[in-house]
Structures are given as C-alpha cells and as structure tokens.
Ligand binder design. Sequence first.
Ligand code: SD4
Length: 329
Amino acid sequence: MKRRKFIKNSSLTTAGIAATPFIASCKNDVKPIEATATATQVKPIVVCTWDFKNASAKAWEVLSIGGSALDAVEQGVRVEEADITNETVGKGGRPDRDGNVTLDACIMDAAGNCGSVVYLKNIAHPVSVARKVMEETPHIILAGEGAEKFAYEQGFKKENLLTESTRKQYQEWLKTSEYETIINIENHDTIGMLAIDENGDLSGACTTSGMAYKFGGRVGDSPIIGAGLFVDNEVGAATATGVGEEVIRTVGSFLIVELMRQGKSPQEACEEGVKRIMKKNEGRKDFQIGFLAINKNGETGSYCVHPGFTYRKYDNSGHENIPSNSFYS
Ligand code: SD4
C-alpha cells in the first residue's frame, strides 16, 4: 500500500471517523479542523487572480451545493487549463524557447496537504495531476518526465498542448528570440484560486504555463508551495501572479499568510508583500506581480506592482471583478 494511503487508512481506522481532510501529509501538526474552524460563521466564497469569470463560476457551482473548497478550486482552475484561448495556462499556453509547452501547478488543502507538478509536458490538466501527487504518493513535487509518467499511470491522456495560434506566435518570436516579460499579458495570466467552503475550510490551487519563451527547464513560483500559493486553515490563504522569480525570492504567499497571522488584514498583507519585493528591486519598473489573499473570515485583499491586476470574487452576494491598488500609479 502506498505510504500516504496507509497513513490515511490507519488514521481513519484508529479515529473511527469518516474521511476528513485533516490527516496531514505535509508533516505539519495542524489541529483537527473540527477543533479550529469557526465553520458556520463563514459563508462559502471563492476568489481568483484576474478576471477569470468562468473559472470562478465553476468553483462557485461546486461550493454552492456544499462541495469542498478543494474540489471547488480544482474544478475552477481546470476551466482555464482547458480554454485554448487562454495562452497563459494549460492547453494553449505559450511554449518555452525550445517550443515546448511546459506546465506548472499546485494544490493545497485545509490540512496542509499539498501536491505539485513542475515542467510537465503533454498533459492538459496539471492541477489534477498535482492533486493525484498529493493524494496518491508520499511526495509533494513531481517534475518533468517523472510527473508525466505518473500522470499516464493515473489515467491522464497525452495531448499536444501547442495550438495553431501559439505555434505561429512562437515562430514569430524565433525571429528575434528576445526574452522580455510583458506586463499584464492579455490582462489575464496565471490563475491562482482560493476558496472557503460551507464548513469554513480553505483550499487553494495555482496553475500556469509560466513565462512565455522561458529557458527550457525553468520553473516559476506557481507550483512552489509558499511562493505561488499557500494555505493555512487557521489563518487564511494567498496566491500570486506575475514574474515568479521575484515571488520566490520573498516566498511571497507564505509571507502574506504569516503577516495575516500577525494581525494584518488581507489587503495590508498583500501591500506589505509587494513592498518587500520592491525593496529588493528599487527603481525597477519592468515587471508585474499581483498578490491575492483571503483570511479565515472571508475578507479579501489584493495588491500589485503596476495598475491592471484584478481579481474575481464570487459569494452569495454575487460576483465581481475587483481592481487592485498598485505600488506604481
Ligand atoms: C511564473 N507566475 O511562471 C508565473 C507566471 C505568471 O505572469 O504569472 N506570469 O512565473
């Protein structure tokens, strides 16, 4: 029996309870969710980076019928992974400089369980492979060929992720082969999604094709737990979009959750996160970062380097696309 399954099964047997997500495999010692959640005070809510209306609507569909935050974020971000007109996530994502589409994704639940895939080729739904890594292996991150082999073993199909549009753009790019990061690419980008379900439990997911025309083998922040995504069911959750190298350098999402733990609101925490990055990059204006956070009470906040970043919020009162304040005006 796989180690993680064994741990889960034996814990279930000894506890004599139905399946709950709090049996941690990320080796943190979270308290049982039942003991910590202020469950019934919190209404379900989902937020995601950028104006990903269809993705947040899908997640809301899951939450509104009592589904878990974990299912909601997985189902939600899958919408963008499948959308070939979104050229920053999943199938149809722009390739690296060798012409390969390589995907990064991660997922994290209320118990601190997490799974991640990096540099994954030929699989359209990296977030679901990440969830399988979380649930079916004793590991957290699988990379490249190993991740792809694991995906096939789990029943995922091989697909060509390059589309006619991204192939043409790549051929055009080859004429100059200049690597430059584009601020607010298409006014959407990597999707990071955070949700609270009706039990008051938090989960998050993040998925991307990474920076277009990156070096072969490059991995960004999005699949790195603590950088592109972090969830702490006692405090809140955060996710990031933009130039991953800068987010990794400050372990951005973990930083924001820890700032919330110290008493900052999600808004204040996101502002501090961006300011930390700008302190390391004084005067630099050539990159965008957007942070999005939610706390345990369902309060949300966001902040970015340049104007243009927005996030979508969906709860019982409806849905809206909320513009972020920014470091530069
Ligand atoms: C990365 N953060 O790979 C991701 C991609 C992104 O703007 O958000 N690009 O660095």
